[in-house]
Design a protein around this ligand. Structure first.
Ligand code: NAD
Ligand code: UDP
Ligand code: UDP
Length: 343
């Protein structure tokens, strides 16, 4: 996605509205919070490829330097170890705000910290965006729909969320982050974008992060049983990470605020997912049933008509094509197999 605008320093930043010679740049300056994480690091790859200068702000709670180490030494790349719950002063043109743990195991680990990250962290990044007049994109989540009573989920659906449950730090946190984003838009005239991301998988996911795709893939590779929670009939829709990154960039560069569902409408029960993992890695992999977690949404599938129409976007990679790409990466990281193709 080519940046649509502001390839140069905005003239409004200078006295008299003229950009001094020598300050003209080819690319944009882009801040990616959470850029050392799974999704963020793939986004950073694409932005640098496009010719932008990228600053990653990440406290490395669930992110890893390994995810971005291939950019160390690139003058267009900079990483700052910083917690978004604390204010920060930077000068950029666009902010992709991803900083927040995404796996239920990680976000439940310290729920108060998760809320602070979603609320205070998002407030700080919006305050920053306002001061420097940057365009701000929030990565929200399908979890704002809670345990949905509408299926598939459309952006106009307000959701069915437990405000006092164990997932609330995340889903209510993201709902508040969406509210803050819209209030800065209405109150401070900030240019904002909101993405509601559905379950995404791919290379660089944390191997033991407790999410279902990473669990099943790591379990099958290690010859352990696949742990299916509950009866395994609950559904999710799984999107490959490159499709998501394309959607995020189109959203940032486009004219529409959103919210936009970004997800792959292909819906699978957890038992069907286990079958795809068996077919891809090991047909003899066993399945073991475990008690499900509290407040687990029964079904989830995005209606992506809005993104199709207004962003011209839809996912291209079905689960059976995307999974092997992730398996190659996991195999390499689990067994140190240098012969596997690089990601
Ligand atoms: P991730 O855990 O791999 O990445 C999150 C990154 O944010 C990590 O690098 C982590 O260290 C960093 N971070 C967390 N708290 C921070 C803080 N207080 N200050 C600075 N950095 C902090 O998760 P991901 O899957 O890459 O998710 C990225 C974003 O996308 C998150 O906001 C998540 O809520 C959203 N999202 C992801 C999915 C998915 O399926 N992957 C689905 C819905 C929404
Ligand atoms: N903020 C920041 N960097 C900036 C500007 C603001 O981290 O460059 C933080 C600031 O510390 C504040 C939050 O963003 O906590 C909201 O800022 P805003 O100016 O909108 O509100 P105020 O400071 O007036 O409460
Ligand atoms: N799940 C599972 N086995 C696992 C991990 C998760 O069956 O080892 C189930 C979980 O109960 C949920 C679904 O998989 O119904 C998706 O869980 P995940 O944590 O990946 O993401 P969520 O969509 O709940 O945020």
């Amino acid at each position: 996605v080519e940046p649509a605008s502001r390839r140069d320093v905005p003239a409004r930043h200078f006295v008299g509205g003229k950009v001094p010679l020598g300050l003209k740049r080819k690319g944009l300056r882009v801040l990616v919070t959470g850029g050392a994480g799974f999704v963020g690091s793939h986004l950073v790859d694409r932005l640098l490829e496009r010719g932008d200068s990228v600053i990653v702000v990440d406290n490395l709670f669930t992110g890893r330097k390994d995810n971005v180490v291939h950019h160390f030494g690139n003058p267009n790349f900079e990483m700052i170890r910083h917690d978004v719950v604390e204010p920060i002063l930077l000068e950029v043109d666009q902010i992709y705000h991803l900083a927040c743990p995404a796996s239920p195991v990680h976000y439940k680990y310290n729920p108060v910290k998760t809320i602070k990250t979603n609320v205070v962290g998002t407030l700080n990044m919006l305050g920053l965006a306002k001061r420097i007049n940057a365009r701000f994109l929030l990565t929200s989540t399908s979890e704002v729909y809670g345990d949905p009573l509408q299926h598939p989920q459309v952006e106009t659906y307000w959701g069915n969320v437990n405000p006092i449950g164990v997932r609330s730090c995340y889903d209510e946190g993201k709902r508040t982050a969406e509210t803050l984003t819209m209030d800065y838009h209405r109150g401070a005239n900030l240019e904002v974008r909101i993405a509601r991301i559905f379950n995404t998988y791919g290379p660089r996911m944390c191997i033991d992060d407790g999410r279902v795709v990473s669990n099943f893939v790591a379990q099958a590779l290690r010859k352990e049983p696949l742990t299916v929670y509950g009866d395994g009939k609950q559904t999710r829709s799984f999107q490959y990470v490159s499709d998501l990154v394309e959607g995020l960039m189109r959203l940032m560069e486009g004219e529409h605020i959103g919210p936009f569902n970004l997800g792959n409408p292909g819906e699978f029960t957890m038992l069907e997912l286990a079958k795809v993992v068996q077919d891809t890695i090991d047909p003899n992999a066993k399945i073991e049933f475990r008690e499900n977690t509290q407040d687990d949404p029964h079904k989830r599938k995005p209606d992506i008509s809005r993104a199709k129409e207004l962003l011209g976007w839809e996912p291209k990679i079905p689960l059976r094509e995307g999974l092997p790409l992730m398996v190659t990466d996991f195999r390499k990281r689990i067994f140190g197999d240098q012969d596997s193709a690089a990601t």
